[in-house]
Design a protein around this ligand. Structure first.
Ligand SMILES: [Zn+2]
Length: 71
């Protein structure tokens, strides 16, 4: 799957953004519905819709564009 860059019309390649904490790999970034809700253990995500995020990068201007398709 390839897309065309909306900024410069270059070719965009699919990838994803990785969440790093203290240099350790955690997981690919996800889209969570609604506003941020804080909880004592971190951020509240239970019961919220979660989708994997696909991020495309333009090989010409390096612009990043993200999509969260329905699972
Ligand atoms: Zn571009």
């Amino acid at each position: 799957m390839s897309k065309t860059c909306p900024k410069c019309s270059g070719r965009m390649e699919q990838g994803f953004l990785l969440e790093l904490k203290d240099g350790n790999q955690k997981a690919a970034t996800e889209w969570i519905e609604g506003a941020v809700e804080k909880a004592w253990y971190g951020l509240k995500i239970k019961g919220k819709k979660r989708l994997a995020v696909e991020t495309f990068r333009c090989g010409r201007c390096t612009y990043l564009e993200s999509y969260a398709p329905e699972a």
